[in-house]
Design a protein around this ligand. Structure first.
Ligand code: AMP
Length: 177
């Protein structure tokens, strides 16, 4: 196990991407660093092993990368939350506000476990808008979101306001520039 790892050093920070005024926390530098990536997956396993999850819903696309090895380690079904138009089967969709305009996400409704407890996984949580829309999809599919895991949290963007009492676990938090 990789205790005491300095994850901050492994995250690339890119000011002005994708537009002026945004500091982008880039996790591709974590993926390119096997020790950092293993630390993330080990930490997820430590946090959720034995917690009674039935499935994991991973948000496109960086959430997939963390959720897939985690699901393999814990033997859990992996459900993909994709941008509209990518999934070939029977879907349900939800749209939500972005800073500019709206976005729409979808899930394969037949893969959602009825009455199941589902963990939502993404790389970074900011306003919580994407996660909130995912919670809604799971609810409509007959499952319950029981928690959120994100490698990076930006609490100053107030994701807690969007998510109410749902427990959110992150490995590192940033509090503005
Ligand atoms: P939100 O719905 O506001 O919580 O935004 C979360 C989604 O946007 C995640 O899928 C992130 O990958 C991406 N995102 C938002 N802000 C940033 C940021 N400052 N750096 C990197 N990714 C971000």
């Amino acid at each position: 196990m990789s205790e005491g790892f300095n994850l901050d050093d492994a995250i690339r920070k890119v000011p002005g991407f994708p537009k002026e005024g945004i500091l982008f926390y880039d996790i591709t530098s974590v993926l390119a660093n096997p020790d950092a990536f293993r630390y993330c997956i080990d930490s997820m396993v430590r946090l959720y092993k034995g917690s009674g999850l039935d499935a994991v819903a991973a948000i496109e696309s960086r959430g997939f990368v963390f959720a897939a090895p985690f699901c393999d380690r814990l033997g859990l079904p992996l459900l993909l939350v994709r941008k509209k138009g990518k999934l070939p089967g029977r879907t349900i969709s939800a749209s939500y506000e972005l800073e500019y305009g709206r976005a729409e996400i979808e899930m394969h409704v037949d893969d959602i476990p009825s009455g199941g407890k589902v963990l939502i996984v993404d790389d970074l949580i900011a306003t919580g808008g994407t996660v909130k829309a995912t919670i809604e999809l799971l609810r409509r599919g007959g499952a319950e979101a029981v928690g959120v895991f994100s490698v990076v949290g930006l609490p100053y963007l107030e994701y807690d306001k969007a998510l109410g009492d749902l427990p959110v676990r992150t490995l590192i938090e940033y509090f503005g520039e």
